[in-house]
Ligand binder design. Structure first.
Ligand code: NI
Length: 177
């Protein structure tokens, strides 16, 4: 397994809309290996979710682990939200592509979603709530080229962009030494 580099906001590649994975010509080994590397990368960075978009692979696959002990990995292929509650909740979110930034985002508090697992079984999860609901919405946004920062005011987006760009420039300088 190997750690994968994570695209950092405001990298334009985070805006790519990921393609549906063709289950009729499904290379299980490729996706199993990809998902394992994504999980390792996610756990290494203490994240609870990672979308393929964030590692510059533009196919609809995400990994999630919202368990307390980080030992219940989920691999979701072609995930889709079927129902989202009108009721919303506002909670702080972070993202491995937006390091060090935590801001409140309003999302549906309950969702029903479907996906395919690595064995191409179709799974429907009804009325997911809490961290799982929030995380699935956040990661599917990534597959659609959207980052949680997009929900914030223009002013906040501008501040976050310049803060991260400054940090990225410093890191580049440091790496060149
Ligand atoms: Ni994210």
């Amino acid at each position: 397994m190997s750690l994968l580099p994570i695209l950092q906001y405001p990298d334009e590649r985070l805006r790519t809309v990921a393609k549906e994975i063709d289950l009729d010509n499904f290379d299980k080994n490729y996706f199993q290996n990809l998902a394992e590397n994504m999980l390792e990368t996610m756990y290494h960075s203490k994240g609870v979710g990672l979308a393929a978009t964030q590692i510059n692979v533009h196919q609809r696959i995400i990994v999630i682990d919202v368990s307390e002990n980080a030992n219940e990995p989920m691999i979701l292929i072609n995930p889709k939200i079927l129902e989202a509650s009108a009721e919303q909740c506002k909670e702080a979110e972070g993202c491995l592509s937006v390091p060090g930034i935590y801001e409140n985002v309003e999302r549906s508090s309950k969702i029903t979603f479907e996906y395919y697992d690595i064995n191409k079984n179709e799974i429907v999860q009804k009325n997911a709530d809490g961290l799982l609901a929030k995380c699935v919405q956040h990661e599917i946004d990534h597959l659609n080229g959207k980052v949680f920062v997009d929900y914030l005011s223009q002013l906040k987006q501008g501040r976050i962009k310049s803060k991260l760009q400054k940090e990225q420039r410093l890191a580049e300088k440091h790496n060149k030494k």
